[in-house]
Design a binder for this molecule. Structure first.
Ligand code: BGC
Length: 418
């Protein structure tokens, strides 16, 4: 078709439509919200509009419920924070856009480490873009409190118990944690890593080996886990992970075992990670790195404008600048290879260093608690068993090991999805 000159002028003077995306996530604590601000402002800098779809609740359970209802109503958001098995389950159901054409065209693959690429791929197709790598097996401790009481940071679980007793005797809550099942799962997983070791962790959660799940090591891990019940805050029912972090900051509790989103919270409260609050590998897990890879997936769309907006967002997330600025605030480390770590805090530098060593030595372990190791329904089954066990002083470790094995076996059919 031949356009008349005036028509060309009219086309050129049309305003370029801003891209709009609605993004579902559960980054709602103080530190997390600051990280989302980084993303929003970089997106806005490009003249685009961000429609925030934030659902409260650490661990993402409520966010996932809301997402399901939107998807069932055939109205999913353009993008969502989906990770690990959850990502694969949505991809298997055919909801997600395959980002491989973009990845190939824009040369993303060399920027993704094998773990990152593998976690985000389904049958060779890239189903999400990574936003950062969180380490889960961390022990955070209030340095001033430790110094004042002359305590040394625990490096194994036996030592942890001794320190916890000393703290308790001084009237200080040893361990900041709430009773949410996912927080307890994080704690349990670190005990499994530290008491059981890498081979045990792999056999129990990656291979789901029945003999390991019911064997003496599991019984020992469960017993240790339950002993920790003596050291939680008096008001631990309903305590959110970031409220637990606030307790740690103020000296209301001495330690917290949690992934490094804690660090985002510390910085938001003007505490210096690695200085006021120290970061150490969780007891007994030196050299191991249990990871939680955050990622954003795009829901399939027909509208070219929405497709275009998704593409632009994915491109932004893959820039080194975004990865560095976002992860500095979020507490994680960039998910692209060879990041510039010069502006990161001590804990992030340690995390990056430990990540590289663990990657080299085969010590990277997917976090069960964070949905990286087992399918969603199996993880739910594990969390149910663990939280009733932890909260029942009469519960028995041998029987619980049997229950755990049964809960995992009964959900195993879903395990083939990945
Ligand atoms: C997410 C983190 C988030 C944390 C607490 C985890 O499941 O991967 O990005 O900060 O939950 O909300």
């Amino acid at each position: 078709m031949k356009l008349f000159p005036f028509a060309i002028v009219a086309l050129l003077s049309l305003p370029v439509a801003a891209s709009q995306v609605e993004v579902l996530h559960w980054w709602t604590s103080g530190g997390e919200a600051k990280a989302v601000e980084v993303l929003k402002s970089e997106w806005a800098e490009q003249g685009n509009q961000w429609n925030d779809f934030a659902v409260q609740g650490g661990g993402g359970k409520s966010a996932m419920t809301v997402l399901k209802s939107r998807a069932l109503a055939a109205n999913p958001p353009e993008a969502a924070h989906l990770k690990g098995y959850e990502l694969h389950e949505w991809a298997s159901l055919g909801f997600l856009r395959d980002l491989s054409p973009m990845a190939e065209h824009l040369g993303w693959y060399p920027q993704l480490s094998p773990m990152v690429r593998d976690t985000l791929s389904q049958n060779g197709a890239l189903m999400a873009v990574p936003t950062g790598i969180h380490r889960v097996n961390w022990l955070w401790l209030n340095r001033k409190l430790f110094e004042r009481l002359g305590l040394t940071p625990p490096t194994d679980w036996e030592h942890f118990m001794t320190v916890a007793e000393q703290l308790k005797a001084q009237g200080v809550t040893p361990l900041a944690i709430g009773n949410e099942p996912w927080q307890l799962a994080v704690l349990f997983e670190t005990v499994a890593l530290g008491e059981g070791g890498k081979a045990f962790y792999r056999k129990a959660f990656l291979e789901q080996d029945s003999a390991t799940l019911t064997g003496p090591d599991m019984v020992r891990v469960l017993t240790r886990f339950q002993q920790l019940r003596a050291y939680v805050p008096e008001k631990y029912a309903g305590l959110k992970w970031h409220q637990a972090t606030n307790l740690l900051e103020s000296g209301g509790a001495a330690m917290q075992i949690m992934g490094d989103w804690v660090k985002g919270e510390l910085s938001a409260g003007n505490y210096r990670p690695g200085e006021d609050i120290d970061c150490l590998p969780s007891p007994g897990s030196q050299g191991l790195f249990s990871y939680n890879l955050d990622s954003i997936a795009m829901f399939k769309q027909r509208d070219p404008a929405q497709l275009q907006a998704q593409g632009e967002l994915a491109r932004l997330l893959m820039t080194p600048r975004f990865q560095e600025e976002f992860n500095r605030v979020k507490g994680s480390i960039p998910a692209l290879t060879q990041p510039d770590m010069s502006k990161f805090d001590r804990c992030a530098i340690r995390s990056y260093h430990d990540f590289q060593l663990a990657e080299r030595d085969g010590n990277l372990l997917p976090s069960m608690a964070e949905g990286m190791a087992v399918p969603t329904n199996m993880r739910q089954g594990i969390m149910d068993v663990l939280s009733s066990f932890f909260n029942d002083p009469k519960a028995n470790s041998e029987q619980t090991a049997q229950q755990l094995e049964r809960a995992m076996r009964s959900t195993r059919s879903g395990a083939e999805q990945k």
